[in-house]
Design a binder for this molecule. Structure first.
Ligand code: GLP
Length: 250
């Protein structure tokens, strides 16, 4: 098994492609269970989904969402919390029911219990139908840093030095970046029926090449996706620049 690779000409095209897949999946299954990612990369896709909702009537009223992760210690009204990100960049612009949106609670007094409840909530709706992913420059998915076990579940994780540096661009200073997060596990994430991973820019090229063509190893978390029966990487040309070219394109 291998991942499929779709190389687009620009970030704009990548975003539109991803949004088209999400939209057609929602149209086929209005009560879709959708796994969502944060970060800079999916923002264009979310913008396009909002446009489709406004101009083409894309209906989110029965969609249920689960986000991958949340920083520990950031409240929902903190501009860098992932709950705030999702509300601002997607949820409040479409007709999704807020009670159908799930983001782990980074302020929980009992994070362990919160993680178990998150797993239970996913189990209750069955399974994630479509999971959107980004990728860290070290190959992480969600906040599953290198060496995360492939069967890990939602849990408290520590961010790697590289991820703290990468994500510092969203904060006033690197000291403000939380050091821990709640993250869906590798097992939780890869159980989704269909996965789309988005990557843009030269900074992701090495992680993409290792994940698509390298050895399957916990050193490069996204490499596990090679074993997934339905996973597509949607890349722009820069993110695809280190692939050998022998990948399955479509
Ligand atoms: C964070 C998130 C990941 C995301 C990654 C890449 O670490 N936890 O889910 O994929 O950043 O983000 P960006 O798209 O901003 O490069």
């Amino acid at each position: 098994m291998s991942v499929k690779v779709l190389i687009t000409k620009s970030y704009d095209e990548l975003s539109k492609k991803a949004a088209e897949i999400v939209a057609s999946t929602i149209r086929n299954k209005p009560n879709l269970v959708l796994g969502l990612a944060t970060g800079g990369t999916p923002m264009g896709c979310y913008r396009e989904l909002i446009r489709m909702h406004r101009e083409e009537g894309l209906d989110f009223s029965e969609v249920v969402t689960f986000n991958l992760d949340e920083y520990i210690g950031l409240s929902p009204d903190h501009p860098q919390s992932y709950r705030y990100f999702m509300d601002e960049n997607l949820f409040r612009h479409v007709n999704i029911r807020m009670e159908n949106t799930h983001v782990p609670d980074g302020m929980s007094k009992d994070p362990r219990k919160t993680c178990e409840e998150y797993e239970d909530a996913i189990r209750k709706v069955g399974r994630i139908d479509l999971q959107l992913l980004g990728i860290g420059s070290n190959g992480h998915i969600a906040f599953n840093e290198p060496s995360s076990p492939f069967d890990s579940r939602t849990r408290v994780v520590s961010l790697s030095e590289r991820t703290i540096k990468d994500n510092a661009r969203f904060f006033k200073s690197i000291d403000e970046v939380p050091r821990q997060a709640l993250s869906m596990g590798m097992g939780t994430t890869t159980e989704a029926r269909k996965i789309i991973l988005l990557a843009s820019g030269a900074g992701k090229a090495e992680a993409v090449a290792k994940s698509v063509e390298g050895k399957i190893t916990t050193d490069v978390p996204a490499s596990v996706l090679q074993k997934h029966p339905d996973c597509t990487f949607i890349l722009d040309e820069e993110a695809a620049s280190k692939l050998s070219g022998k990948v399955t394109k479509f």
